[in-house]
Every structure is written in C-alpha cells, then in structure tokens.
Write a protein that binds this ligand. Structure first.
Ligand code: GDD
Length: 323
C-alpha cells in the first residue's frame, strides 16, 4: 500500500467517510485515488474543488449488476474502500428493499468481480454496530454474536458474513471495519447529530424556532469520523485481512448530545426540542457501545477526538457557515 504506483478505488467518495479517506490518501501522496460517483455534476460540489482536482473520477450506479465487472479492468485497483451505500437505518425500516439491494447485494457483486477478475485486490467493507442489534452483551467486540434488528442491520450482516466467507473459501484479502457511529461536519443532515447541530446553529441565528426529534433516550457510541477514516486505512494496510471494531467505548444519549450542542451556543435545548412520533423508530439496537481493544492493541488505533470536541467542531462549522 505504500508504493507510489498503487491505485485505490473509493466508492461513495462524496460521502463523509469516502471524503475523509480520500483526503488522507491524497495528503499522504502515496497512491492514485479513484472515486466512484453516481452524478459528477452534483457530487463535485459536495467533494469540493480542492480534493476533486486531485483524484480521478468514474461514474456508475450500484444497482447496475455489471458495474464492478466493467470498473475493475478499467481502474485496476490495488485496494477498494467500498463506502457507497444506503446508510440511513430509519429509512431502511420504512422501505427495506432499496437498502437490501444497494447496501446488501451490491457488495456481493463486488466480491464476485474481485474474485473472478482481480483476486489480489484488497477490499474493505464498512460493517456497522447495527449487526449486533438486540444483543444483551455490552460492550460489543468482534466476538459478540450477530443479532440485527433492522433491515439495514440485516443487509450489513449479510455483507459482513460474506466478507468472512469469501476470505475463508477463496483466500481473498477482505476486511471488515465494524464501525460504531462516527460524526463530523460532513455528516448527512438527516442523521441525528448533524440534524441537532444544524438546528442549534439555525436557532441561534434566528432562522428556526423548534427542532423535532424522535427518541431522546437513545444512546449511541459517537466518535470522530476522520479518526475512523484513519482506522479503515489501518485495517486495509494491515498484514492480514481481519475484522476490527472501531468505537470509542463510551455512549451518550441523544438528550446529552442536544445539551452539549445547544449549550455551546448558550441555548437551553429543552426550550426548543420537541418529540415528533414520526421520528421515533419501532426498533432500536440495545444501547450500542463498542469495545475497540483489539484495534488498539493490534493496529495502534484509537478515537482521539473527545465527545465535547466533536460536538463543538460540528456546531461551530454549522454556525459559521450560516453566518
Ligand atoms: N436520524 C434521526 N433523526 N435519529 C434520531 C432522531 C431524528 O430525528 N431522533 C432520535 N434519533 C435517534 C435514532 O432513533 C437513533 O437511536 C439515534 O438517534 C441515532 O440515529 P442516526 O443518527 O440516524 O444513526 P444510527 O445509529 O441509526 O445509524 C448510524 O450509525 C450506524 C453505526 O452504528 C448510521 O451512520 C449507520 O449507517 C451506521 O451503520
């Protein structure tokens, strides 16, 4: 992975994780980065000119069953970070099939294309804390039995298991990063953290009066996305293919996130936040909290940015941008 001539393909380069991995690889200057997008015109502005000008871009849809058979001979990647997916858990509960197709089945086609056309290519899949679902074991590490409770969790469990199966049967280099929630100013606006920081900033600027959320008592293990991007790079660069939990080991409630975000702008969150049943999910994983001990001891990885620093950076970004 350190050879200058290596090519890294990142699917979903305009998403939060794709963007940070690409930025870090470009900054290291050691490889050619190719980004897969669905719509260049739209995603160019999401990625920003600075990064866009330093990568090669290919277009394609994950729903296209021939996508990877076409891309592999064209791009000749030494490594693939497969980050493109439908990743909203709540949306997967409302309408499961698109998530099953795009998040669940498309990566299997990627595995098959790599197996038949480019078996030396390394592959990293972003698995999710959602694969543990309703487990009673806490914190969750790599040995906890899988028990997903949402369509998104089921799709991710399929891909996680397929990675292990293809690795076992075909000797391929396929690794899973079992990612707990990770946030940043690049987080999509329909995920709870960004929804809160954006609303707090808008309320502080007099542009919004209230914020409607779902379950305020939900707890999540929230880390800093750029640190997780670094972790995914460490996993794919490791000597052997393997599975690692990336998490902070600490959980906070949505309520606590609200208090921190509004508090940073000297606002009392309880005056502005209301519960709307439309955002309450019928099913939630049982208090996800990860144990990243293995990633720490084997890879030397940790989440280096605290919860407070993360919330502050997200709120500051949204507040300044609106100004
Ligand atoms: N999105 C959203 N919107 N979530 C809300 C809201 C709301 O208005 N109100 C409360 N929540 C609660 C959800 O019910 C959930 O318990 C928690 O906030 C976090 O929701 P999300 O930010 O949507 O993230 P997620 O935990 O469902 O999924 C994220 O993390 C997974 C890894 O643990 C996504 O990034 C997944 O793709 C990822 O795999």
């Amino acid at each position: 992975m350190s050879d200058k001539k290596k090519t890294v393909l990142i699917t979903g380069i305009s998403g939060q994780d794709g963007y940070y991995i690409a930025s870090q690889l470009v900054a290291a200057g050691e490889c050619r980065v190719v980004g897969l997008v669905m719509n260049s015109e739209l995603e160019r502005s999401l990625v920003g000119e600075e990064l866009w000008s330093q990568i090669d871009v290919v277009e394609g849809e994950l729903s296209d069953s021939e996508l990877f058979n076409r891309l592999l001979p064209e791009v000749k990647p030494d490594a693939i970070f497969h980050l493109a997916a439908l990743s909203h858990v709540g949306q997967s509960i409302k309408d499961p099939m698109p998530t099953m197709q795009i998040t669940g089945f498309a990566p299997i086609r990627l595995l098959e294309a790599v197996r038949t056309q480019s078996p030396q290519t390394r592959v990293l899949f972003p698995a999710s804390a959602e694969i543990f679902g309703r487990t009673q074991i806490s914190p969750q590490d790599e040995s906890v039995p899988l028990n997903p409770c949402t369509p998104y969790g089921v799709a991710k469990t399929l891909v996680y298991s397929a990675a292990r199966c293809w690795r076992l049967n075909y000797g391929m280099f396929v690794s899973n990063a079992i990612l707990f929630n990770h946030e940043s100013p690049r987080r999509g606006e329909n995920f709870v953290t960004r929804k809160i920081t954006l609303a707090a900033a808008r309320i502080a600027r007099g542009m919004q009066k209230e914020l409607f959320l779902g379950n305020l008592d939900s707890r999540r293990d929230w880390g800093w996305a750029p640190d997780y991007a670094e972790g995914m790079r460490m996993i794919i660069e490791h000597d052997t293919p393997d599975d690692f939990v990336l998490a902070t080991g600490i959980s906070h409630s949505v309520r606590e996130f609200c208090a921190a975000a509004f508090g940073y702008l000297d606002l009392d969150w309880e005056k502005y936040v209301r519960v709307d049943p439309a955002f309450v999910r019928p099913n939630e994983p049982v208090q996800p909290v990860g144990n990243p001990a293995r990633a720490r001891s084997v890879l030397g990885w940790s989440n280096k940015t605290s919860f407070e620093q993360m919330v502050e950076q997200m709120v500051r970004f949204d507040y300044e941008r609106l100004g």
